[in-house]
Design a binder for this molecule. Structure first.
Ligand code: KIV
Ligand code: ZN
Length: 524
């Protein structure tokens, strides 16, 4: 084999499903504009295939997949469809606008999943033949998945994979839907399928691992050793339950350990940190501090021995450079005299490109912050960008907040808001300043939303650090998240809560079936 043929054989395709499998995790719903933004970032960072959504699931999903397809540049745009002809037609209607469209259709093949639509093995085999052929007649790039493959009987798995290949699928994805497999088994399964199934050499095998036992990334990499050449993953490992294989983990593992895993991807790793932060913000899922690659502590060194080693030679305790994932050393950036051009420049260095209006907005907030905060760091600026990207509406707005709290008695919040253009105010007492503030918001905008999550993170060090607050609300099964940043934690909390309520208002007004109501089992 020539060197370049070998290089091609070792190229691993990165299939990102943040916008489909990731968005399916309860509470991670993103707005239309946020989905477009994330898709653009994925395309720009060199992801090969973007699974943009599940078009039949809702009008919103359909619109998002269509628009992502229209705007796509280099990436293949894929939509998900169950093994039903109307699903596949709807999926095609959405992805056909892409320069490179793909239909991904699936059905649960394990005994547990076959029992739900009550199909015999033969009936399901016929369904697979019929639906994959139908997809192939519409689109020349079809992916097929036997859901729960790792708990499907071996003989039946081989049989249905062969049927899907014969019917025209060019990618066969082998999902570990419940995160049940382990690395050796994951590698063996792919290897044996390639050795056994007629026609396997003509298709690409993909691996799709969930993280229920914390082995998703290890299982995906093992599958590559077994012959898989497509890894399905999400940014920050977002996904149902314990999530999916994390894109940043597989890409960096292949980059850092190319000596023992000689596989390459087309991902520009310098864009990892920015997209990780954006996904965390728009999904409302904070990244755990000790998360590999993108966690706040991934490049932090606390102990004296480590710090000493780092000062002498960074390689003593770091196997990759922070710059490789787009992390700048935390440095003092600008003060209150810096201008808009300098801010744009700084943002560009951090991989953030803003339109003129957005920049204007961030600049105003930057000036306010520089007035209040002695030192403005890169992370402070990123937090401002994040907080500026609002949802689809701004019907509720914070005008003014004054809070009294301390040891003397209950806290009191005096809140002024603008709701649908009208100024209103309320005074409420509560168990602490945040409780009093949230009660005041509820007094002005009565709602039955339940607070599912309230989280505060300091953006940088010091008592004048900005706080990023995440709020997750649930109302009648609808979930909305909000985030905001401010040097005043109570103000950030109020804004995050109001931001989440604004998104809930948008969601209430939307018609059509929500993706969470469509079930995989609904396949017959
Ligand atoms: O986990 C899974 O099995 C899936 C399929 C729809 C591919 O996400
Ligand atoms: Zn999945």
């Amino acid at each position: 084999m020539t060197q370049s043929a070998q290089a091609d054989a070792n190229r691993v395709v990165i299939f990102d499903t943040t916008l489909r499998d990731g968005e399916q995790s309860p509470g991670a719903t993103m707005t239309h504009d946020e989905k477009l933004e994330i898709a653009e970032l994925l395309d720009d960072m060199g992801v090969d295939i973007i699974e943009a959504g599940f078009p039949i699931a809702s009008e919103g999903d359909f619109r998002a997949v269509s628009e992502i397809a229209e705007r796509s540049k280099d990436a293949v745009i894929c939509g998900l469809a169950r093994a039903q002809l109307p699903d596949i037609d709807r999926c095609w209607e959405a992805v056909k606008h892409a320069a490179k469209p793909r239909i991904h259709t699936f059905i649960g093949t394990s005994p547990l999943h076959r029992a739900i639509p009550n199909l015999t093995q033969d009936e399901m085999a016929d369904r697979i033949e019929q639906t994959v052929s139908h997809a192939r007649n519409l689109c020349d790039n079809v992916q097929w998945s036997p859901m729960d493959a790792t708990r499907t009987e071996w003989d039946y798995l081989c049989r249905v994979v062969e049927i899907a290949i014969k019917a025209g699928a060019s990618t066969i994805n082998i999902p570990d839907t419940v995160g049940y497999t382990a690395p050796r088994e994951s590698a063996d399964l792919i290897r044996r399928l390639i050795e056994t199934v007629p026609g396997a050499d003509d298709v690409i095998f993909a691996t799709h691992c969930h993280n229920d036992l914390g082995m998703a990334t290890a299982n995906a990499l093992a599958a590559v050793e077994g012959g898989a050449r497509q890894i399905e993953c999400t940014i920050n490992g977002l996904g149902e339950r314990a999530g999916n294989t994390a894109l940043e983990e597989v890409v960096m593992a292949l980059k850092v350990r190319g000596d023992i895993m000689p596989y390459t991807t087309g991902v520009d790793t310098k864009k990892i940190m920015h997209i990780s932060r954006r996904v965390s913000t728009v999904s409302g899922f904070p990244v755990q501090f000790n998360k590999a690659i993108v966690g706040k502590n991934a490049f932090a060194h606390e102990s004296g021995i480590h710090q000493d080693g780092m000062l002498k030679n960074a390689e003593t305790f770091e196997i990759m450079r922070p710059e490789d994932v787009g992390l700048q050393a935390t440095n003092l950036v600008m003060g209150k005299h810096s201008g808009r051009a300098a801010l744009r420049d700084k943002l560009r260095q951090m991989g953030v490109e803003l339109g003129d209006n957005q920049l204007k907005d961030v600049f105003v907030r930057f000036k306010e912050l520089a007035d209040r905060k002695k030192e403005v760091y890169d992370d402070d600026i990123l937090a401002l960008v994040t907080a500026t990207s609002d949802g689809d509406t701004n019907r509720l707005q914070l005008v003014n907040l004054a809070v009294t709290c301390g040891t003397g008695g209950p806290a009191q919040a005096v809140l002024e808001m603008e709701i649908d253009g009208k100024e209103v105010s309320a005074t409420c007492e509560g168990d602490g300043p945040v409780d009093a503030t949230f009660k005041a918001v509820r007094a002005l905008h009565p709602n039955a939303a339940r607070l599912q999550l309230y989280q505060v993170h300091a953006v940088t060090e010091g008592t004048d650090a900005q706080a990023t607050v995440s709020v997750r609300l649930e109302e009648d099964g609808m979930i909305a998240t909000g985030q905001s940043a401010d040097t005043d934690t109570v103000v950030a909390s109020a804004k995050a809560y109001i931001n989440a309520l604004n998104r809930l208002v948008v969601r209430r007004g939307k018609t059509g079936k929500d993706v969470k109501e469509i079930s995989y089992k609904d396949v017959s």
